[in-house]
Design a protein around this ligand. Structure first.
Ligand code: ARG
Ligand code: ZN
Length: 855
């Protein structure tokens, strides 16, 4: 186990790295020359995994066998001189690398390609190296391969390319990256790809060549990503004063990838699902996320690449800030209220659940066995919320002064969260207090009530905060919690006062003077802090806010509070649905005409897993499912008279990628589902017509989904049609798998037959997730003996082959402990059984945490 408190700088600095990667039919030979300089006392430690060491030279002399030791994962040279040139040759096996880390094979047949994933510790699967983010070097990379692979790419600038002397079937390319960078940002690609080309001139006058590489069948799906890249480049110049710094920016699409994408310097590698987009094959929500992931990876060029992390404990330094930046970018591309709704919904569904269970950890963890296990929603999304709180506390001008200072001070360095806070606090030293948000796990609960004194016309709001103590951590301290607050006049619905309250003690009171009558208080507007709010609202207050709040996010937030009160009966909630249903009936039809996207969101009812995350004991999946479906039914019936009219008001049109058109499509899909739920006679016909006449995937897939979930008579026919239409498009076939695996009526047998389908592929994480992750949306089936048998067998199967993926799938089971018996006991036994067989340190570490037996 590695601890943050044990950090020591590397004993050697690397000045330059020269790589020569020769790919052959069954293996690759990698030669490396490292020019290094001693920095501190101590051994020279190089990390290496699954490398066959062929030769080793130090300062041009073969290194005697007794001058170095090789043990599991390291190569140590004890008496390396001040100036050391190390030349190593290793043999590696990309063709059988299924872990998708280091240099690995992706695709098959004519689509075979070789790509790298080095973050966090994949570079050590390519050569022996001081593979840690605080060692920065200049890389020159020669790639050599058969001409069957015409595409040879690496970071930086292309210096040279040509044929290999005397070997007519082979060629090479030499790339050099002038940036001093850590090894986790190294990348190379050996493939046969098409390219979409464009250009961008930066605010500093640099002409940048932009390239998106994909296999030829996919090249017509790269335009959305290309446009998003140009938009991102401009956005970073305008909003942060950051321009791109190389002459070339490349993006490569690969179908086998563990995560979304990777920000390698000048050579991003993307999961096809996160870069390819076309109206016919990609839903609006997926297409929108393509844009935000392109932005995310681009923004890393400054927040991550030019300023990087001192060690992996600081992962949130680059990820939290970069997620905040991509969220802000996306908010500028659509309604900022809807963007905030989507970001908060994700945070509440996943991060709050993580923080409430056995995998809870601080945004900056203090120890780990396997860093891959910490690419979590806590590090990413809660990390982004902390930056957002800081930005809101400072206001735009001072936040910009702070980020300018951060870039000025730390450009080219590997730094810490403390460094980040110290730069941001140049205009306000209180910003340093936010450090506790990085250190303390658990979601704070903010409780409160109000007292109104009509004699003195004062309103007093009392707020208190509490965070659960997580085992192994100190008693939680009060955190600085910004609570955005507005007072609404009960008669007119107008705002009479607006203030940012800073709750930074256990309990505090806040007084508002000259308040002429008791107002309705709107709290935590725009979700000003990542906390759970328990305010003693009457349902009527929330219904009032649904009507009068002037910000779409806040309106959504009150609908969610009402829904949670109704659905979590027995968990301390106490409301009946009448107030909610009436408020929705009054609000929705009118809103639908003005802002269809927001209207679609207001009809949200949290998913079953999200509701479960609020239950800490005796969770009964059947009960939650029944309550959830019951409320959905009531909502559909309460607005029954409106669905037909709404559906007609939202006609299908030629495809257009505007916010308004996306809103129309989103709402139409929700209305279709509602109409079927309310048993409207024509609705089955609408669904078929929508499918048959669809102008885009959002329409077609929306229709297919309701046909499957409502078990319409010809749903199977349509599933078959969908499969036939798109059988050559992997990403669409992923949708085909997932719509079945997540269906309301899914059975273990369905899941088994999907896993046995000809197109199922264990080596493609997207495909595995399209069945297995989709399945987790049905907890009543997942949490059964048969459901768990299937799920855990998948983890066992992937444990060796792809431990990063196996461990992530396992983490979803973290809250087994909250289940009601007999499910709890059953899940426990299955997890204990898995523990006996687990082999990867990824899965073992996650299991130990999930079982509460932390190592
Ligand atoms: N830095 C990447 C991103 O956030 C994530 C890559 C993580 N990969 C991994 N195997 N853990 O964009
Ligand atoms: Zn990132």
């Amino acid at each position: 186990k590695i601890h943050l408190k044990d950090y020591k700088p590397s004993s050697f600095d690397v000045e330059t790295v020269d790589l020569d990667i020769k790919l052959f039919d069954e293996h690759a030979i990698v030669d490396s020359t490292l020019v290094m300089q001693r920095q501190t006392e101590g051994d020279l430690v190089l990390y290496g995994e699954a490398l066959e060491l062929m030769s080793i030279k130090l300062n041009d002399e073969p290194l005697a066998r007794n001058r170095y030791t090789q043990s599991e994962g390291t190569l140590t040279i004890t008496d390396a001189p001040e100036n050391t040139k190390l030349q190593l040759q290793v043999r590696i096996h990309p063709h059988t690398n299924t872990a998708l880390e280091g240099l690995y094979i992706a695709g098959s047949g004519d689509d075979t390609m070789f790509v790298t994933q080095c973050e966090p510790e994949g570079f050590r699967k390519i050569i022996f190296y001081p593979d840690r983010p605080d060692v920065l070097a200049v890389f020159t990379t020669r790639l050599e391969a058969d001409k069957r692979f015409p595409t040879l790419l690496s970071n930086g600038n292309l210096l040279e390319a040509g044929e290999v002397a005397d070997v007519p079937e082979r060629h090479y390319a030499i790339w050099q990256d002038p940036t001093n960078k850590p090894s986790y940002l190294f990348a190379c690609v050996i493939a046969d790809l098409d390219v979409l080309t464009d250009s961008y001139t930066t605010s500093e006058g640099r002409d940048v060549l932009l390239e998106v590489y994909a296999k030829s069948a996919d090249i017509d799906k790269c335009a959305v990503g290309m446009q998003a890249l140009k938009d991102s480049m401009q956005w970073d110049e305008v909003n942060y004063g950051r321009a791109y710094d190389l002459d070339r920016y490349m993006i490569v699409a690969v179908s086998q990838f563990n995560m979304g994408a990777m920000e390698n310097k000048g050579l991003n590698i993307f999961n096809t699902a996160c870069v390819l987009s076309s109206p016919e094959t990609t839903t609006d929500s997926r297409s929108f996320s393509v844009k935000s992931i392109i932005a995310h990876e681009y923004f890393h060029n400054w927040t991550g690449n030019r300023i990087t992390c001192r060690d992996w404990f600081q992962l949130c330094l680059k990820e939290g800030f970069t997620v905040y930046r991509d969220q802000s970018f996306s908010a500028d591309q659509q309604s900022s209220a809807v963007q905030r709704i989507d970001d908060v919904a994700t945070l509440r569904a996943h991060q709050f659940a993580e923080d409430a269970g056995p995998l809870a950890h601080p945004v900056r963890p203090e120890s780990f066995v396997e860093i891959n296990n910490f690419y979590t929603t806590t590090v990413y999304e809660k990390g982004a919320e902390i930056v957002r709180m800081i930005a809101n506390t400072l206001g735009p001008d001072n936040f910009r002064k702070g980020t300018d200072e951060y870039f000025r001070r730390y450009d080219g360095q590997a730094v810490t969260v403390e460094d980040f806070l110290s730069a941001l606090s140049i205009t306000d030293s209180k910003i340093e207090d936010f450090i506790d948000w990085y250190r303390q796990p658990g979601t704070p609960v903010v409780s409160g009530h109000q007292d109104y004194d009509s004699a003195t016309q004062t309103l007093t709001i009392t707020l208190s905060q509490q965070t659960r103590q997580v085992a192994g951590f100190d008693v939680p301290k009060p955190l600085p919690i910004p609570v955005a607050t507005a007072l609404f006049d009960k008669d007119s619905g107008a705002i009479v006062a607006e203030r940012m309250l800073l709750l930074d003690q256990a309990t505090q009171t806040f007084t508002f003077e000259n308040v002429v009558s008791e107002p309705v208080v709107s709290l935590l507007r725009d979700f000003s802090a990542p906390v759970q709010l328990n305010y003693d609202y009457q349902d009527e207050d929330l219904a009032f806010l649904l009507k009068y709040e002037n910000n779409g996010f806040n309106r959504w937030q009150v609908t969610q509070m009402l829904v949670n009160r109704i659905l979590l009966q027995g968990q301390g909630a106490k409301s009946s649905p009448e107030v909610y249903l009436q408020a929705m009936a009054q609000t929705l039809p009118e809103l639908a005409a003005i802002d269809a996207m927001l209207a679609a969101r207001l009809l949200d009812i949290p998913s079953a897993p999200e509701l479960a995350s609020a239950i800490h004991k005796d969770y009964d999946p059947e009960l939650i499912k029944a309550q959830r479906e019951g409320l959905y039914q009531q909502l559909a019936e309460a607005l029954k008279d409106h669905w037909a009219m709404l559906y007609k008001q939202l006609p299908m049109q030629d495809y257009e990628d505007s916010a308004a058109a996306r809103g129309t499509r989103a709402l139409r899909n929700v209305v279709l589902d509602m109409a079927l739920t309310a048993n409207i006679a024509d609705a089955a016909e609408w669904a078929q017509q929508q499918y048959d006449n669809a102008s885009c995937m959002t329409e077609r897939f929306g229709a297919l989904k309701v046909m499957v979930n409502h078990q319409l008579a010809n749903a199977d026919e349509y599933l078959t049609d969908f499969y036939k239409r798109f059988q050559h498009d992997d990403l669409v076939i992923d949708l085909w798998f997932s719509v079945q695996a997540s269906a309301d009526m899914v059975t273990p047998d369905t899941i088994k037959s999907l896993l046995a389908h000809n197109d199922f592929d264990w080596n493609t994480p997207n495909r595995v997730r399209s069945v297995i992750s989709a399945f987790t949306s049905q907890p009543t089936v997942l949490w059964t003996q048969e459901g768990l048998d299937i799920y855990i067998a998948v983890i066992k199967k992937l444990d060796d082959a792809n431990p990063v993926l196996a461990s992530r799938l396992l983490q979803v089971l973290a809250r087994w402990n909250t289940l009601a018996e007999p499910r709890r006991q059953m899940a426990h036994e299955q997890l204990l059984e898995l523990q006996k067989q687990a082999t990867s340190k990824h899965v073992i570490e996650s299991l130990n945490s999930v079982l509460g037996s932390a190592s």
